[in-house]
Design a protein around this ligand. Structure first.
Ligand code: IPM
Ligand code: MG
Length: 360
């Protein structure tokens, strides 16, 4: 098969980690007889430097014309980079929010699993980490607090800032359906996370999720308040299979979930629309402190490329091959700095990419 992949390397460690994912994809193409064409595009700080804006319409159009988008990370040090002296709508993150909205990527899948070989990197008590966990956070990505009306104004000499959390039932229904569909392919449990004891938007969320659940009699549905979910994630993460939640709750809980896997450098993500089209990126950020040093962990980006093979290209064997190669590399004791422990072999970012490609 021939596929056109839009590649947004971005800022910070983005170029390093995406280069390794492309190395692995090229190996897959060679081994399975595919052809992947890459078109490199700018977004984030590098686009601000080149074009004055974090995302151009041209880039959006090129992404739309592609079969899938592979992304690294965007943004810089918010206390030091000149990008953060710009108005909010011209900063790197504005590009990311705009591309999610423009491409209709409402479903953000963030799988979080603890590799047994890395359980010592898990900061939880041993009796909890020994049980392991394997969950998927389905975060709503184009609504809620991130995209509600917002403004800052002075009222009677006092500054006021307003952000609004709005969902309509269609937005809730489509993300709930994605969550139940994914649960059917996993352990058939959905935990819907909300704040229904306080928020109207959460009460509507709960009602719509319950309606959708009727079409999935095999799936067990439970509701959990977001504050309790934050607690349960560190108390007993093994209880979760698919967690579905509002944009902002999902942003926060997915960082928490990633931390208990030991390193955010291990976690991939996929952002999808109603079709098979998606944007694939590691869950972690641009890590400006280690950028350009060939130290970053490329595994999350490589696993994101595997999600692209699976969800956008229907290449399940190829995706399995990438995931198995990652697992074998870890099993054989190869580590980047973030997951390094005594007795293991320390690799640079590019060495890790080459090692995984070798194992394909
Ligand atoms: C994420 C990031 C983004 C978000 C930022 C960079 C705008 O934290 O993908 O989780 O909040 O969605
Ligand atoms: Mg986040």
């Amino acid at each position: 098969m021939e596929k056109n992949i839009a590649v947004i390397k971005g800022d910070g460690i983005g170029p390093e980690i995406v280069t390794e994912a492309m190395k692995v994809l090229d190996k897959v193409a060679e081994k399975y007889g595919h052809k992947f064409n890459y078109e490199q595009l700018l977004m984030g700080g590098c686009s601000i430097d080149a074009n004055g804006v974090p995302l151009t319409d041209e880039t959006i159009e090129r992404c739309k014309a592609s079969d899938a988008v592979l992304m690294g990370s965007i943004g810089g040090d918010t206390t030091k980079s000149p990008w953060y002296k710009l108005p909010a709508n011209l900063r790197p993150e504005a590009g990311l929010l705009k591309i999610r909205k423009s491409l209709g990527l409402f479903a953000n899948l963030r799988p979080c699993l603890l590799f047994s070989e890395l359980s010592s990197a898990c900061p939880l008590k041993k009796e909890i980490s020994d049980k392991g966990f394997d969950m998927l956070i389905m975060r709503e990505l184009t609504g809620g607090l991130y995209f509600g009306e917002r403004h800052t104004e002075e009222v009677n000499g006092v500054m006021n800032a307003v952000d609004t959390l709005k969902y309509d039932e269609k937005e809730i229904r489509r993300i709930a359906i994605k969550a139940f569909d994914v649960a059917m392919k996993r352990r058939k449990k959905v935990t819907s996370v909300d704040k229904a004891n306080v928020l109207d938007s959460s009460r509507l969320w709960r009602k719509v999720v319950e309606e959708v659940a009727k079409d999935y009699p095999e799936v067990t549905l439970e509701h959990m308040l977001v504050d309790n979910s934050a607690m349960q994630l560190v108390k007993d993460p093994a209880q979760f299979d698919v967690m579905v939640t509002e944009n902002m709750f999902g942003d926060i809980l997915s960082d928490e979930a990633s931390m208990i896997t030991g390193s955010i450098g291990m976690l991939p993500s996929a952002s999808m629309n109603e079709t098979k089209f998606g944007l694939y990126e590691p869950s972690g950020g641009s890590a400006p402190d280690i950028a350009g040093q060939n130290k970053a962990n490329p595994i999350a980006t490589i696993l994101s490329a595997a999600m692209m093979l699976r969800y956008s290209f229907d290449m399940n064997d190829e995706a399995d091959a990438v995931e198995n190669a990652v697992r074998q590399t870890i099993k054989d004791g190869f580590r980047t700095g973030d997951i390094m422990s005594e007795g293991m072999t320390l690799l640079s970012c590019s060495e890790m990419g080459s090692k995984i490609a070798e194992y394909i």
